[in-house]
Ligand binder design. Structure first.
Ligand SMILES: Cc1cc2nc3c(=O)[nH]c(=O)nc-3n(C[C@H](O)[C@H](O)[C@H](O)COP(=O)(O)OP(=O)(O)OC[C@H]3O[C@@H](n4cnc5c(N)ncnc54)[C@H](O)[C@@H]3O)c2cc1C
Length: 398
């Protein structure tokens, strides 16, 4: 007898939305992804995919193509602006500790690999979701766009940090809070880069090579929210003028107008749950965090795999009973990562001369006493493994 597939609408085609759509599709769900942008053309940025993210991607057969791209090798050192080493580590030490490398991919590559796992007609771009109703055990959820109202057994809100859906289903939540610093990012033409980060007074600069020879860098500075500069590159060259080589060259190499600036916001107050009715929030919509652990996207990938696992074998009627299990798996885990990222971010952004000197001494001593000091804080974050059987397909032919 033909079995009706349960139907999901995924709102947002970022890493979280595409991974969730693929994972659900592989579990036999009928999936539509609604994305407000006209194209998925990425804006000059790359994304570091950590061992937990790679394992999540393996579950949907997307890990191997990304691993082939650009595992970080050689020294990956934390320095002071004068170039002095604060905490040495390497790509090899990282891989030995966590069983997987850190991979840096242009965001475009990640999106391409994720899209390959979906049926061609699953993605509808240029479609902005205006509102939802969460539904309940007896009623399907609804999703309203400018053109129509759709119904579904499940709505996955992967609509990012400003999530309009979060505002509808958790109207009492205060929303994201400004973290006190802004970021700049750029992909630059081929340059020699030693991967690593440099911490100054209220300034962080990090750089990594991409597989195709180009480089990726990011920079941060403490600023009131919304501060802009006519010429962002000139402002960066001024801010980082005392940083060791090749920081100045990397900034200067950024194509004009291709430096992406973003104020950092985070979900300082965790949501009480990541679901309501038939709506589930994943990724930045649920737990936006500061970029200091490079975990925002990786946590979104974990979310996607855990969600598909919780819903594996669940019928349309069973969704409302199943989703609390998802929140039980994800609220505490993601809240802990948000907190850890905030703590590291706060320390990295210290500005006071005395505090920065004390921080640097502490980091240097810790690095000497325990050579793995730079990696240890990542243990609990990167230890995540996909649930047993998460990769198994329950696809039902109809
Ligand atoms: C400087 C910086 C560096 C970072 N580096 C890393 C890193 O190295 N590794 C890492 O894992 N993470 C990193 N992150 C975080 C990472 O970029 C995010 O956590 C990740 O993109 C979240 O994915 P998402 O799918 O939840 O949301 P998003 O990527 O924000 O995608 C949301 C999508 O929803 C769409 N959308 C929004 N509203 C609607 C609507 N109403 N209707 C339809 N579509 C809608 C948007 O257009 C967008 O495509 C970094 C962040 C910053 C700021």
């Amino acid at each position: 007898m033909a079995v009706t597939k349960p139907e999901a609408i995924v709102v947002g085609a970022g890493p979280g939305g595409l991974a969730a759509a693929t994972a659900l599709h592989r579990k036999g769900w009928s999936v539509v992804v609604l994305e407000r942008s006209a194209t998925l053309e990425p804006i000059g940025a790359a994304i570091a995919i950590a061992p937990n993210g790679l394992r999540a991607l393996d579950t949907i057969d997307a890990g191997t193509p990304l691993r082939a791209l650009a595992a970080i090798r050689g020294a990956a050192t934390l320095r002071r602006p004068d170039g002095r080493v604060l905490a040495p580590t390497s790509g090899e030490a990282f891989t030995a500790r966590f069983g997987e490398p850190m991979v840096l991919a242009a965001r475009a590559e990640l999106m391409r690999v994720l899209l390959a796992g979906l049926p061609a007609d699953a993605l509808r771009t240029g479609t902005t979701v205006l509102t939802v109703t969460p539904g309940d055990a007896d009623r399907r959820a609804t999703v309203t766009t400018a053109d129509e109202t759709l119904t579904a057994d499940l709505v996955v809100a992967a609509d990012g940090i400003r999530s309009p859906i979060r505002r509808v289903v958790f109207p009492e939540h205060p929303g994201p809070r400004y973290a006190g610093f802004t970021t700049w990012r750029a992909i630059v033409p081929a340059v020699a880069i030693t991967p690593g980060e440099t911490w100054g007074r209220g300034l962080v600069f990090g750089a990594m090579p991409l597989a195709d020879g180009r480089g990726y860098w990011y920079a941060t500075a403490n600023r009131p929210a919304g501060t802009t500069h006519g010429d962002e590159r000139a402002e960066l060259l001024r801010l980082y003028r005392d940083f060791h080589a090749p920081v100045g060259d990397l900034i200067a190499a950024a194509p004009a107008g291709r430096i992406l600036r973003l104020d950092v916001h985070e979900m300082a107050t965790p949501l009480p749950a990541h679901h309501r009715g038939r709506v589930v929030l994943i990724g930045d919509a649920a737990h936006a965090m500061t970029p200091n652990l490079g975990q925002g996207g990786n946590q979104a990938l974990e979310d996607a795999i855990e969600l598909a696992d919780v819903l594996s074998g669940v019928t349309a009627a069973g969704v409302v009973d199943a989703l609390p299990g998802y929140s039980r798996r994800r609220v505490a885990r993601t809240s802990a990562v948000v907190r850890k990222s905030r703590r590291i971010g706060a320390m990295a952004q210290w500005h006071g001369r005395g505090a920065v000197a004390a921080r640097d001494t502490l980091l240097r001593v810790a690095g000497r006493v325990a050579p793995d000091a730079a990696l240890r804080p990542l243990d609990s974050v990167l230890a995540w493994r996909p649930p047993t059987g998460a990769a198994a397909s329950t696809r039902t032919e109809v």
